[in-house]
Design a protein around this ligand. Structure first.
Ligand code: SAH
Length: 525
């Protein structure tokens, strides 16, 4: 079979970043992806939009698709790809494909059918979940072996393939026992070990949904682990770890200690602006739900921008007030054809309202001449005045172009005009309300208490979210509301939401600080 290959790829234990580089690259190239329940859905972000995704999920004991059916499906899909001229199929499996993943059976079926295959190992949950719980599976002087065992097997059956006395001997010298698929048999597993001579006081840890935001850890002893798990409602999927290493968690826990771990935070910024904020929140452990309340569209009238572009060399200053303004400006400029890129601004000084806008400009090859330390119009004006003086430019008869949103605040143009500058404020884009898709899901999650915080980074995000929620706006009372500053807070207050946490410093980092502070005070649910 030429031109076809099936890749058995380990998806890792849950954290989407724990996929291997090779796995990510193969997913990007795949024409067909066959995946199951434990392969994190975020992995879908690597897949080509036109790739075919086939779900063959199994959920523990209630099997949907049998292994034979999966084997047949892989062979069938690979042959179909070959008939269509070749391609690649990724069989994505949770953790590692060859660790309790039945990857071996799939490989044998492919070999039998003469279909080429490769195996890409993944990080197995038996190592990763303990690591994220702060438990090393081996530790010098404590545990010199680790054994991976299936806990799925019925421990009451006589001809057990599991050698309990052997496991007990390993455990007696501190060896780590790591059970997969064992939650239903937890009590029996603990019993068997104690019956075979392992001390009932041996630490036993359970790590559920390891490496994900839903991770939960419970440390007990063999004597009480089953009862404590039941009391805590602890279920699958979890790793059961037995051995003294479990006692190290107390000193090594880290993942669950991050300041926003376990918090679900809604980000209402536009999709293109959200990432910096979202990334900061995620780095602190939050589960981020991006719900954009602002989208961008072309302005109603391009004529003023076009006129400005025609005489672009006549401007002394071009002032960009948003990332999107930069993109919209250069997109329009490019339509003019040759040399219509950064070179059009060769004779002008360029200002960016803040670091994000400055960074965007750099992507177009421009290092701005002025970046004020603060976002307010007054601060921008001061920065322009100072820079002008430095460049020997007289602001009094300077020509200034401000390509920006169709509707925006007037502080900066007014200040510049008062100083004598000739200012052209032109619309490069307009902000619009995005389609209301996903609103129902958000409302359901809010009402179910699954959202801890909703963040507002501007008045328009507040206004727009309220508009999108419509008569369901009361659902916002189920979460803590966070505002970036007084103007946004006032907008919320006007709509009847007065219990709002306001950032001390009116910036994204300030808003992040407010979330962390509120969490530390135990103020959020
Ligand atoms: N091939 C997978 C294991 C599949 S068997 C791997 O290498 O990880 C399924 C079992 O794996 C579950 O019953 C559970 O014991 C364990 N498991 C998978 N993902 C897990 C996770 N994120 N946290 C804890 N246990 C997990």
């Amino acid at each position: 079979m030429s031109g076809v290959c099936v890749y058995l790829v380990g998806a890792g234990p849950g954290d989407p970043e724990l996929l291997t580089l090779r796995g990510a690259r193969l997913l990007e190239q795949a024409d067909v992806v066959v995946y199951d329940y434990l392969a994190n859905s975020a992995l879908a972000s690597h897949v080509k939009p036109d790739a075919r995704m086939i779900y063959v999920g199994k959920k523990g004991f209630t099997q949907h698709v049998t292994q034979d059916e999966i084997n047949e499906l892989l062979v069938h899909e690979a042959r179909a790809l070959e008939a269509a001229g070749g391609g690649s199929l990724v069989r994505l499996k949770g953790g590692d494909p060859f660790v309790f993943g039945r990857g071996g059976e799939e490989v044998l079926a492919l070999r039998e059918a003469g279909i080429p295959f490769e195996v890409v190992p993944g990080i197995t949950s038996g190592i990763a979940a303990p690591a994220y719980a702060g438990i090393p599976v081996t530790h010098r002087g404590v545990a010199s072996s680790v054994t991976f065992i299936t806990g799925h097997e019925d421990p009451t059956k006589n001809a057990s393939a599991i050698d309990w006395p052997a496991l007990a001997r390993l455990a007696q010298v501190g060896g780590t026992l790591c059970f997969y698929m064992g939650m239903r048999n937890l009590e029996l597993i603990a019993q068997r070990l104690v019956e075979n001579g392992v001390s009932a006081e041996t630490p036993a840890a359970l790590v559920r949904w390891g490496t994900t935001n839903a991770q939960q850890t419970l440390v007990a002893t063999l004597a009480d682990v089953a009862q404590r798990a039941q009391e805590a409602g602890f279920g699958a999927p979890a790793i059961i770890l037995v051995g003294p290493v479990a006692g190290l968690r107390e000193r090594m826990s880290w993942f669950e200690e991050r300041p926003l771990f376990g918090q679900t935070v809604v980000v209402t910024r536009s999709r293109s602006q959200a990432s910096v904020f979202s990334d900061r929140l995620r780095a602190l452990g939050a589960d981020v739900v991006e719900f954009p309340t602002i989208a961008f569209a072309e302005p109603d009238d391009f004529a003023p921008l076009d006129a400005a572009l025609q005489r672009i060399e006549s401007y002394d200053w071009v002032v960009f007030t948003s990332v999107n303004g930069v993109d919209a400006f250069f997109a329009r400029l490019a339509l003019y054809g040759g040399r219509c890129d950064a070179r059009a601004l060769a004779d002008a000084y360029v200002a960016a309202i803040g670091p994000a806008t400055a960074k965007r400009l750099e992507a177009y090859g421009i290092r701005p001449d002025a970046v004020p330390g603060e976002y307010r119009g007054e601060a921008v004006f001061d920065a322009l005045a100072e820079a002008s003086a430095e460049f020997g430019l007289n602001l009094e008869d300077a020509r200034v172009l401000i390509p920006r949103a169709q509707v925006a605040r007037e502080a900066l143009p007014a200040l510049l005009e008062r100083a004598g500058a000739q200012v052209d404020v032109v619309a490069a884009y307009k902000t619009v309300l995005p389609p209301a898709e996903g609103v129902d899901t958000l409302v359901t999650r809010l009402k179910a208490g699954e959202v801890d915080a909703v963040t507002f980074t501007s008045s328009s995000t507040a206004r727009n979210l309220l508009e999108l929620l419509g008569e369901n706006r009361d659902a916002l009372n189920c979460a803590r509301l966070f505002s970036i500053g007084p103007i946004t807070t006032a907008t919320l207050a006007k709509a009847g939401f007065t219990d709002v946490v306001e950032a001390t410093e009116y910036t994204i980092p300030g808003l992040v600080d407010a979330l962390v502070a509120e969490r530390l005070e135990g103020g959020s649910r």
